[in-house]
Design a binder for this molecule. Structure first.
Ligand SMILES: [Mn+2]
Length: 334
């Protein structure tokens, strides 16, 4: 089957026709495992197969903890150092980034002689000299399918772990929720990557980042959950006094709404956190259908998506705010 997009052909053509010898690889701000896996996978692939070029991957250091476990052990690149391209002409390859404003290292993109974009977001703006966007579960899956399989295998045999294949696998694992959302094409990709040396269990370690202390904090917060409206709505509320006493930060309460929402018996969940006196930061989760939480929060001045939305409110009567939210839930359910 001919490739939809032949990376090697496009890449070689971009470099030679512009007489370039340097390529910078970029992802999105607050990079996740898919952005990191796509950028680093391609960087290693180019490094091995095109030794005539200088390869400079760059990732923002606000990277998620899981993927960073792999990057920390990289023997070739340190992507958190800003590439030095002073006085050089270079190309950029941007991965997993839908819109220019969300790019980390945008100044490189602006200064580049030529650019290539590899993405999987339906919302991709179509920027760049070459733009290959195919909607899929993970950008790294697209990266897998556009590469030459023999060259990818070569890249994995000539390097120590983590290799190009490890990184592509990382991106796929992270963006599919550990293969929970895997399609047939995803499984074919992971099977092939395992065949050329990726150890599934090693990459899966990037999915589990809880420390005992953070689990205990989650337990403490879950113990505070109240169920209302026939047990279908659950919430956790933490005021300033309690957050100081028990050292509960916003990052601690942030995952709680999602955990509650995913409970079989709960349809809608939310958390309320007093981040400064009378300043409440609330986050709401549902399946997007039982209740559209964006619609739910509109009259209160909040919003977001159908299944995930937020509200920031200044009030000295949080109970009253909560009662008003319950009333609105009842109205919308009728
Ligand atoms: Mn992605």
């Amino acid at each position: 089957m001919p490739k939809e997009f032949d990376f090697d052909k496009e890449f070689e053509n971009m470099m030679t026709s512009n007489k370039l010898d340097t390529v910078v690889l970029l992802g999105h701000i607050n990079p996740d495992g898919d952005a990191a896996g796509s950028v680093m996978g391609l960087a290693h692939y180019i490094k091995v197969n095109y030794p005539q070029y200088e390869v400079l991957p760059y990732l923002a250091d606000t990277i998620d903890k899981g993927p960073n476990k792999i990057i920390k052990t990289d023997k070739v690149f340190n992507p958190f150092e800003k590439p030095n391209v002073e006085g050089k002409k270079f190309a950029v390859i941007v991965c997993d980034n839908a819109v220019i404003v969300r790019m980390a290292g945008r100044e490189y993109y602006e200064a580049a002689t030529a650019s290539m974009v590899i993405d999987h977001h339906a919302s991709n703006e179509g920027y760049g000299n070459i733009n290959y966007t195919k909607v899929s579960e993970a950008c790294a899956e697209n990266v897998f399918y556009i590469l030459d399989k023999n060259s990818l295998e070569k890249a994995t045999t000539l390097e120590l772990h983590p290799t190009a294949a490890d990184y592509i696998y990382l991106g796929i694992i992270q963006d599919t929720g550990g293969l929970a959302r895997a399609k047939e094409s995803t499984l074919y990709a992971v099977m092939t990557l395992q065949g050329i040396g990726v150890k599934h269990s090693d990459i899966m370690k990037t999915m589990h980042n809880d420390m005992l202390e953070s689990l205990q904090k989650k337990a403490l917060l879950l113990n505070k959950a109240f169920c209302v409206l026939d047990g279908k709505v659950a919430y956790v509320c933490v005021d300033q006094k309690e957050s100081k006493e028990k050292e509960i930060r916003y990052e601690d309460i942030h995952p709680i709404a999602e955990i509650l929402r995913d409970c079989e018996d709960i349809e809608l969940s939310f958390t309320m956190y007093e981040e400064a006196e009378n300043k409440w930061r609330c986050s709401f989760r549902s399946d997007g259908e039982w209740i559209d939480v964006n619609e739910l929060l509109t009259p209160f001045g909040g919003g977001g998506h159908a299944a995930a939305a937020g509200l920031k409110k200044t009030t000295d009567d949080v109970e009253k705010l909560r009662e008003a939210i319950f009333e609105r839930i009842k109205d919308l359910r009728e």
